[in-house]
Design a protein around this ligand. Structure first.
Ligand SMILES: NC(=O)c1ccc[n+]([C@@H]2O[C@H](COP(=O)([O-])OP(=O)(O)OC[C@H]3O[C@@H](n4cnc5c(N)ncnc54)[C@H](O)[C@@H]3O)[C@@H](O)[C@H]2O)c1
Length: 389
């Protein structure tokens, strides 16, 4: 076992950069030495104003402006990519070529071809990889998987899921890199769809074909430097500069899984009032499961094995009988949230490296998720069903 994994976090001042840095520091409190230890030795941030406070977050880390300096640093074992989507492929490739393990935020790459190349390169070099899909690492989804794998809902016939936010519900909400097809080539599909696809891959299996309808609701948005999620833009004037929205705001999908199950999925960034909506429902021949992020620690389970007259969805709260939950809390229903999912994910990244054991979702799994993203883009363009090889 490597004693300590030395980490460089790239895009350190952003949302994910902040969350990941916190998680490296936090996971030993909950998981002890069993997963190994990690030390953030470099924080990379291109925006000098934002980088100013980084020393406070990880006092011993070098603060760098260029990601290449981290990739070429012989002291770094793990490159953690929290950069805008369009940089993931170049940075991950350079890191793998430099012999570093790579933990990359989703979507792994802009295309499945790029993702394939990264997965192959990691395999050739014997390096550990991981994609940051976060949500499925909440132990409630391990419960769902156990129920499915034990055959308690029978054969899965239908998967329904959605994920919505409303950052672009308001037509005057400011332009961000997320709306720029150059910086986020797949838009909401790679951004939000990839989360739904990660649940599909974790719980149901591989998708074999789909038809998707993607849309842009507002083609131009006011451009204001430095604004991020939730920031109110200044009023529109004659001076306002406008940015073209060049990637999808939302997508509706029908799909078929390799195991024959059918899927019905929708996601968007324009669902006014939906600050964060994430749900799935899985219908099988013997029972069903239903989940909503609004009750993030609760699964609903229906079973045909229950006596007639006693049937109905029952609520299962994840609690300390699940080891990952117990790592945080001694009582059920105190709720593990988003940040805990990230701490679990990062504890697993470090365990993967210290034990040389790949853990889901690796770049190989990320490749299949990118194939689904590609298929959505192609299907929306062609307005036709697309097969996934
Ligand atoms: N897993 C999840 O739940 C989740 C949630 C949010 C975002 N993400 C993903 O994480 C990634 C980052 O998203 P975010 O919300 O943190 O974005 P963000 O805009 O908050 O942060 C990105 C950071 O990267 C910096 N940056 C940009 N170019 C750089 C460069 N060349 N060198 C160094 N730093 C640079 C920016 O200045 C910014 O601080 C995206 O790929 C996104 O899809 C994943």
């Amino acid at each position: 076992m490597t004693e300590e994994v030395r980490v460089a976090v790239l895009g350190a001042s952003g949302w994910m950069g902040k969350t990941h840095t916190m998680a490296y520091q936090s996971f030993p409190h909950f998981f002890g030495p069993a997963h190994g230890t990690a030390r953030v030795i470099a924080l990379v941030e291109a925006n000098p104003a934002a980088a100013k406070d980084l020393g406070f977050r990880a006092p011993d880390a070098k603060i760098l402006a260029n990601w290449q300096d981290a990739v070429n640093d012989p002291d770094v074992d793990l490159i953690d990519i929290c950069l805008p989507d369009n940089m993931h492929y170049d940075v991950a490739k350079a890191a793998l070529l430099a012999g570093k393990h790579v933990y990359c935020e989703k979507p792994l790459a802009d295309t499945a071809v790029q993702a394939r190349e990264l997965a192959d390169l990691a395999k050739e070099k014997g390096l550990i990889t991981r994609v940051g899909h976060s949500f499925p690492r909440n132990p409630i989804h391990d419960r769902a998987k156990e129920i499915i794998d034990a055959g308690e809902i029978g054969e899965i016939k239908l998967f329904k899921a959605c994920q919505h936010i409303d950052i672009y519900g308001d037509p005057l909400a400011p332009y961000m890199w997320r709306a720029d097809g150059a910086l986020a080539p797949t838009g909401i599909i790679g951004d939000t769809g990839s989360h739904v696809f990660s649940f599909m891959e974790f719980l149901v299996g591989k998708v074999s074909s789909l038809i998707a309808d993607s849309y842009i609701t507002v083609p131009k948005r006011p451009k204001v430097d430095g604004l991020g999620y939730g920031d109110a833009p200044p009023p529109v004037t004659d001076e306002t500069e406008w940015g073209d929205v060049t990637n999808p705001d939302g997508t509706n999908i029908l799909c078929t899984f390799e195991n024959g199950a059918k899927g019905l999925i929708d996601f968007s960034r324009v669902a006014t009032g939906r600050k964060f909506m994430q749900t799935y429902e899985i219908y099988g021949t013997k029972g069903s499961l239903a989940y909503t992020f609004d009750e993030v620690n609760r699964l609903r389970f229906y079973s045909n094995d229950d006596a007639a007259g006693r049937r109905g969805f029952r609520e299962i709260d994840v609690g300390p009988e699940h080891p990952t939950y117990a790592a945080f809390l001694p009582l059920p229903n105190f709720a593990l949230g988003y940040n805990e999912s990230k701490i679990i994910e990062i504890a697993e990244v470090i365990k993967s490296i210290t034990t040389q054991t790949p853990m889901w979702p690796t770049f190989e799994n990320g490749h299949h998720i990118c194939q689904i993203v590609d298929a959505c883009m192609a299907s929306s363009d062609k307005r036709a069903w697309v097969d996934i090889a």
